[in-house]
Design a protein around this ligand. Structure first.
Ligand SMILES: Cc1ncc(C[n+]2csc(CCOP(=O)(O)OP(=O)(O)O)c2C)c(N)n1
Ligand SMILES: [Mg+2]
Length: 533
């Protein structure tokens, strides 16, 4: 007999799911019945928030949905934060959970793991949340979830299976093929209007966001065709390589780029929210667009948020960029074209702004010297804040962190584990602070268990440094920020990791060079000489 739980596994396997993150409980064991006989690998985190962050990191690297199996109640409340992070950053995630039997829903009788309304709770951080009321619904509901992942703005989807449904017979269901679904393409009229405006622009500016990560070649071609200085959000980092003459980096909150945005006659913004954490980390509301704004986004509502466009194109980024490239006359972008000169002036001014950050620059140079292909998965700490401005990489999906959007501390370790599982051959550096690492520290055990060779670069300043500074700047006596910091090296070793404190840059280089392939290496860097200014 095939149960509904077994059928679910078969259907997921048929649609390309190769990894599931989850912690089983008495409510979900029936989801596990089919897993050992499948090609799906199961990764066990130490907390459901870890499962969600791992799925997030896996999804960002592979472009495929990260899939989690989660128990009713506490499992779902635990993963909710990670779903919020994925929701804010438009990451595809499929959360399959159990829920109490249909006849027991919404009674408040105190059944095991009971919540008043689990579906309603997750609805706020998902594209949709669905309670399966019959086995027969499952194929269509799963197909709806994949329709979101394939052709909408990606977001988490939650499907909950009542206990009497998970174990119900499902032999009569057959595994469906995945129906290919195209992403929305641009309508003709706004596309032509946009192309005409862009062809005439004297001082164009291109703003690319995380919605463009699957369109690297198109992003490079479009920047050149427009000869437009190009700013990248943090999730778009790498779409233009470090030496690209039009690159402005991710510095939209800084004056030189803001002046460019004000002067530009036409601004083309693609796959970007134009949101606060990329355009206004200084929270002063001073990112202004002076000229005409053309927006391209897969989410029609997003086209109308933050900055109103004069031309709005509802489309997948890559499809629209390709269509625009066909309509645009090629401008000769070169090292000294007008666009490149405007970008070079901004970069020179930014370099002055960054002069106090030479020590961070040196840290990243050291890492990239040893591991030029590295991917950086960060938390919300000094190395991340500075790297957001300083680091440029060749290739997208190589720099993401929890300093943007929802901004959850503790993200960086489990997301790095997911990223490494998603693309094992690429070195992964998890950029953590001593505060953030303590949120999800036990996931080191999950990484050891899964034989994941990530490098955790711990920036230790004995406290919630950023918040302490913020309090001091506002004349608030620091409280709750000088936290006790444990012996991270002993703890990491206790979990089975390699762990060392880097004495200096030469030592750091050595440690990185000899990082084990099959278990994490924790490298502690003290926020003091020789890593400080
Ligand atoms: C879940 C969560 N709780 C609290 C915060 C607020 N917060 C942001 S940064 C920060 C300090 C982080 O300390 P650490 O990781 O040591 O980095 P540092 O600033 O010291 O470099 C805190 C508490 C948050 N972003 N997320
Ligand atoms: Mg700290």
């Amino acid at each position: 007999m095939t149960t509904c739980g077994e059928f679910l596994v078969k259907q997921l396997e048929a649609w390309g799911v190769d990894t599931v993150f989850g912690i089983p409980g008495v409510h979900t064991v029936e989801l596990y019945r089919g897993l050992p006989g499948s090609a799906i690998r199961h990764i066990t985190p130490r907390h459901e928030q870890g499962a969600g962050f791992m799925a997030d990191g896996y999804a960002r690297v592979t472009g495929k949905p990260g899939v989690c199996f989660i128990i009713t109640g506490p499992g779902m409340t635990n993963i909710l934060t990670a779903m919020g992070q994925a929701y804010a950053d438009s990451i595809p995630m499929l959360v399959i959970s159990s829920v109490n039997e249909r006849a027991r829903l919404a009674h408040g009788n105190g059944y095991l793991h009971e919540l008043p309304n689990q579906r309603a709770m997750s609805a706020g951080v998902t594209a949709f949340s669905h309670t399966l009321m019959s086995v027969e619904e499952l194929p269509a509901v799963l197909a709806r979830a994949f329709a979101v992942f394939d052709s909408e703005r990606p977001r988490p989807v939650h499907i909950e299976l009542p206990l009497d449904i998970i174990s119900a017979p499902a032999a009569h269901l057959s595994v469906r093929p995945r129906v290919p679904l195209a992403r929305p393409a641009p309508a003709r009229s706004p596309l032509h209007e946009a192309a005409a405006k862009l062809a005439k622009a004297q001082k164009p500016l291109l703003l690319l966001g995380g919605g463009c990560v699957a369109a690297e070649a198109e992003a490079r071609a479009l920047a050149s065709a427009l000869d437009a200085p190009t700013a990248l959000t943090i999730n778009a980092k790498g779409l233009l390589p470090p030496e690209h003459p039009l690159l402005l980096g991710s510095n939209q909150s800084l004056v030189p780029v803001r002046e460019l945005a004000l002067e530009a006659d036409v601004v083309l913004a693609i796959g970007t929210e134009l949101g606060e954490t990329d355009y206004d980390v200084v929270f002063d509301g001073n990112f202004k667009i002076g000229g005409e704004l053309i927006r391209i986004d897969i989410d029609p509502q997003q086209l109308m948020r933050n900055h109103a466009p004069s031309i709005a194109i509802h489309s997948d980024a890559r499809t629209a960029m390709r269509a625009l490239l066909e309509l645009l006359p090629a401008r000769a972008a070169s090292a000294d074209s007008p666009g490149a000169q405007r970008a070079a002036q901004v970069r020179a001014r930014l370099a002055e702004d960054f002069s106090g950050w030479a020590h961070y620059r040196r840290l990243f140079e050291t890492i990239l010297e040893v591991l030029p292909e590295a991917r950086f998965v960060g938390d919300s700490t000094q190395t991340v804040y500075s790297g957001n401005h300083l680091v440029e990489l060749d290739g997208g999906r190589r720099w993401f962190n929890a300093s943007t959007g929802y901004g959850t501390l503790g993200y960086g370790l489990p997301a790095a584990i997911g990223a490494k599982l998603g693309e094992p051959r690429r070195p992964v550096i998890s950029l953590m602070g001593d505060g953030g690492l303590q949120f999800t520290l036990p996931e080191l055990a999950s990484a050891v268990e899964a034989k994941v060779g990530i490098i955790v670069l711990l920036w230790n300043n004995h406290g919630y440094g950023e918040i302490k500074r913020y309090m001091e700047r506002r004349d608030i006596t620091p409280l709750g920020v000088d936290i006790y910091t444990p012996d991270f090296l002993a703890i990491a070793r206790g979990f089975g990791c390699a762990a060392e404190r880097a004495r200096d840059h030469a030592h750091l280089r050595e440690l990185l060079r000899h990082a084990p392939a099959d278990r994490p290496l924790l490298v502690e860097v003290m926020e003091a000489t020789p890593f400080a200014p």
